[in-house]
Design a protein around this ligand. Structure first.
Ligand SMILES: Cc1cc2nc3c(=O)[nH]c(=O)nc-3n(C[C@H](O)[C@H](O)[C@H](O)COP(=O)(O)OP(=O)(O)OC[C@H]3O[C@@H](n4cnc5c(N)ncnc54)[C@H](O)[C@@H]3O)c2cc1C
Length: 451
């Protein structure tokens, strides 16, 4: 059986849902395919449940700061409200009926099953073939990547998909991977009393961020009792009698549970890329500025390798939808991709890091301001650690990157993202008025420090 439609969207991550909806609302005949949950990783296993955990952990951390500022307080951590909130409010028991209804109400035909390309503009799902006159949008996303450490595969390790379903917490946990996901989760669990050890193979955690951010978060973790081990090789993982043990270079770590947060692997191997002349072994798909990956083929989201973030997926979805609908002149621009690691302090960044700017041959000037030295940081006191770092192209006198770490660091980032995105001259940034005493007023201090 073969059905003729206008567009097939394969994978209903956040961007897939958006592009399918936009195309259907514009009057196209759209089939959307997902083998699991409409909405993808973000609402069920990633952004939303993890931020609910973090919000709860941050509330506990604030109660521990009361003694510095407002008397005395005790809090008894309880995971039950977090588990309940994730189950009921975020995921409705990992059931996507609400999302499916929303999709179908917008005119999309939803098909649940594993989809594969079967030549140009053609997708098969469980024996059914859909031929799309306009083309196919790929949004198949990622899955947790599990490093080939001897013994690991045979153990009952957890990934993000397991920890969001926890009803109670273990006494101790080792987290492999000090990127954003590992860092966020390990701090949330530690704040609920789990004894956490974070193990990172690189020589610093948050290795894609500024070194100042790695130092800041390592110190914050240390002050909360999280053991951070960097630059270590794990030679063996074992599981016996309900405990994990990890053999490192010079020591053995033991814990009740093991969370693997060692990056993501794109779901490209089994979607029939070879039937359209593309490499099924590729780590990501190359796209042009209109998100086209081939003839009648678009790719969006994590599989494009342009930043594994929901906001990138949504941004690309809008571009793909406009291209499908025939709009001219729509082009993706990744100069100002913002990202936030929702640790406490939060680490926000946009554009290039200092090192990336130097590697690109840009004549760089750096300006750094420390949050505790600003009026607001000083007032804030407990938990005020952080910095604002600006990376200026000294020849063009515009910011090409910035980092904002500290309380509400991700929110302070918004002004910096505008500056990088719109290439606002630093003279213009210097001439504006920054409200007193805000955290974002630190941007003015960092501008004055540009050197
Ligand atoms: C713990 C964690 C926390 C995160 N926090 C944030 C955050 O705070 N902010 C942020 O911006 N990003 C965050 N991310 C990243 C974010 O989840 C992803 O960038 C986002 O989900 C976009 O992914 P996507 O649309 O590319 O695909 P995904 O969300 O991975 O969805 C892909 C979909 O395709 C389906 N699929 C795959 N192959 C097939 C097939 N062959 N047939 C049918 N269906 C298929 C899958 O079932 C899935 O539903 C986080 C990630 C993790 C792991």
């Amino acid at each position: 059986m073969s059905q003729e439609v206008d567009v097939v969207v394969l994978g209903m991550g956040p961007g897939g849902e958006a592009v399918a909806t936009q195309a259907a609302q514009a009057g196209l005949d759209v089939v959307a395919v997902d083998q699991h949950l409409v909405g993808g990783e973000c609402p069920y296993y990633a952004c939303i449940p993890s931020k609910m955990m973090i919000r709860a952990g941050n509330v506990l951390a604030e109660t521990r700061r009361v003694s510095d500022l407002a008397g005395a307080s005790t809090a008894t951590p309880d995971w039950a409200p977090v588990a309940e909130r994730i189950d009921v409010e975020a995921t409705t028991g990992w059931n996507d009926q609400i999302a499916v209804d929303r999709l179908e109400d917008s005119g999309v035909t939803f098909v649940r099953g594993h989809g594969r390309l079967d030549g140009e503009r053609t997708v098969t799902v469980d024996g059914e073939t859909y031929v799309a006159s306009k083309g196919v949008v790929l949004n198949t996303g990622t899955q947790p990547s599990v490093p080939p450490i001897p013994g690991l595969a045979d153990t009952p390790y957890w990934t993000n998909r397991d920890v969001v379903k926890l009803k109670e917490l273990p006494g101790s946990m080792i987290v492999i991977g000090g990127g954003a996901v590992g860092a966020e989760l390990c701090q949330a669990f530690a704040r609920f009393g789990v004894e956490v050890t974070l193990v990172e193979v690189a020589d610093r955690i948050l290795a894609v961020e500024e070194p100042e951010a790695s130092k800041l978060i390592t110190e914050a973790f240390g002050s909360e009792g999280i053991q951070v081990l960097v630059g270590v090789e794990i030679s063996q993982v074992e599981y016996a009698d309900g405990h994990f043990s990890l053999t490192l270079d010079e020591q053995t770590l033991r814990a009740d549970k093991l969370l693997v947060a060692a990056g993501r692997r794109t779901n490209l191997a089994d979607i029939g890329l070879e039937t359209v002349g593309l490499d099924p072994g590729a780590k990501s798909l190359d796209t042009d500025v209109r998100m086209r990956a081939g003839e009648g083929l678009w790719a969006i989201g994590d599989i494009t390798g342009k930043g594994a973030f929901t906001h990138v997926s949504m941004y690309q979805a809008a571009i793909a939808a406009r291209d499908i609908l025939g709009e001219e002149g729509v082009e993706a621009d990744y100069r100002a991709v913002p990202r936030v690691t929702f640790t406490d302090p939060e680490v926000g960044s946009v554009g290039l890091t200092e090192q990336q700017a130097r590697d690109a041959g840009i004549s760089v000037r750096i300006g750094v301001a420390q949050v505790p030295s600003s009026a607001r940081g000083w007032i804030h006191k407990a938990g005020n650690e952080g910095f604002i770092k600006l990376i200026e192209d000294a020849d063009r006198q515009v910011l090409v990157g910035a980092a904002s770490a500290g309380p509400h660091g991700g929110e302070v980032l918004s002004a910096l993202a505008v500056a990088v995105h719109a290439a606002v001259p630093t003279s213009t940034l210097r001439s504006m008025i920054y409200a007193y005493p805000t955290f974002h007023r630190g941007i003015e201090d960092a501008l004055n420090a540009l050197d």
